[in-house]
Write a protein that binds this ligand. Structure first.
Ligand SMILES: C[S@@+](CC[C@H](N)C(=O)[O-])C[C@H]1O[C@@H](n2cnc3c(N)ncnc32)[C@H](O)[C@@H]1O
Length: 370
């Protein structure tokens, strides 16, 4: 068993409730632990920005949302300027990305008028923050993708949404694949990792890893692939495109990517469930496979490739021309952070899937594969 350093008496209220559930119930899977922790975390104080735990791309610069707004407008034009567009965002956080998209959309008044905005958000507290940021622009909030209205040309966006969803972690122990659980270590009075038999591992472990070396770790996020497939089903019926941006890998691979972040520092995943951001890298190949078949999926790009192809450099120059001296100094730093391989440019990936046969070629992407 791997132990956390956290003791029960040092745990905050949400963490205490999760720990008590684990202690009294005999342990839960890592996926269930992440689900409970995320639900408590996003119900708490807003974790975004310099004073929070982490900073997402839209919170770094308005340029990010402006590029996505441009990307959406281009698809609308390619589709023949439909009179009604269902624009949805999954996990909109503070609503910053959507606010920047909507401001950019005003450059094409017909496009702006066609939009009905729908948000998929689990946290009632963040729904209130989004309502303040976006006002009357939001048509409705939904609990899940299945609730999004179908029929109109649709654009469904997800930035740093999939990384927050639970993963199952499988560990090779004693020559078999087992599943990581979170248990209560009574001797240490702390949460600890353990692993247990998982009868359904064959459904998740790729054939080439079935005999992987002792200690190998493989991660799967069944909830993420189910949502990617739901997004694809929506697009197959209604037309349009999906865009997922997140940190992660393009090719499925073994490895441990589970992490916790608090106040912009890495933290112990078991230390304060509900009080820190727990995430894992997104397996973009798994998302691709979940969407392929129903839709046409384009080979994933890095965030740097995507934003550069959309012309973030030119837009940054225009913004700088009208900015204060202080802003003029900040703008290139923000662009560097979003696009440079040493910053977010390579770590973050962008995947897009569109309705089959629609002929849509999303800006920045090459030819798709069904
Ligand atoms: C890391 S934040 C990303 C925020 C935003 N997209 C941004 O880029 O700033 C994750 C968002 O997903 C939401 N979320 C997490 N799990 C969810 C779920 N299962 N269903 C719906 N929303 C969820 C959170 O409440 C939060 O709004």
């Amino acid at each position: 068993m791997q132990k956390s350093t956290a003791q029960t008496n040092s745990l905050k209220p949400d963490a205490g409730a999760i720990a008590a559930h684990i202690r009294d119930g005999g342990g839960i899977s890592l996926a269930e632990y992440m689900r409970r922790a995320a639900s408590a975390y996003y119900a708490g104080a807003t974790p975004f920005g310099r004073t929070g735990d982490f900073t997402t791309a839209p919170e770094i610069s308005q340029l990010f949302g402006e590029m996505i707004g441009l990307w959406c407008a281009d698809l609308w034009m390619q589709a023949g300027k439909p009179a009604r567009v269902m624009l949805a965002e999954l996990g909109p956080g503070r609503g910053t990305l959507m606010a920047d998209i909507l401001r950019t959309a005003r450059n094409w008044p017909e496009f702006h008028a066609a939009l009905s905005v729908h948000l998929v958000e689990a946290s009632p507290q963040l729904r209130a923050v989004q309502a303040t940021a976006l006002g009357d622009a939001v048509c409705a909030w939904h609990d899940d993708v299945a609730g999004l209205p179908r029929g109109d040309f649709s654009l469904i966006l997800a930035n740093e949404f999939f990384d927050a969803l639970p993963i199952r972690q499988f560990i090779r122990r004693g020559g078999v694949w087992r599943e990581r659980f979170v248990v209560w270590d009574a001797a240490e009075e702390a949460l600890a990792f353990d692993c247990r038999a998982a009868p359904d591992t064959a459904a998740y472990i790729p054939a080439h890893l079935s005999e992987a070396p002792e200690g190998s770790i493989f991660e799967a996020s069944p909830q993420s692939t189910a949502i990617a497939a739901q997004m694809a089903a929506h697009i197959a019926e209604s037309g349009g495109a999906c865009l997922a941006i997140d940190y992660g890998h393009i090719k499925t691979a073994a490895g441990d990517t589970l992490q916790a972040v608090s106040k912009h520092q890495y933290a112990d995943v078991l230390e304060n469930p509900g009080g820190q951001d727990i995430t894992a890298h997104v397996d973009f190949d798994a998302l691709r496979l979940a969407a392929a078949g129903q839709t046409e999926v384009f080979p994933a790009l890095t965030q740097g490739q995507f934003l550069n192809a959309l012309g973030i450099g030119m837009r940054a120059q225009k913004l700088a021309d009208q900015a204060s001296t202080q802003q003029q100094a900040q703008i290139p730093l923000d662009v560097h952070r979003l696009t440079a391989p040493s910053a977010m440019g390579d770590l973050f990936k962008v995947l897009c899937w569109v309705q089959k046969g629609s002929g849509l070629i999303p800006a920045g992407f090459g030819k798709g594969e069904g």
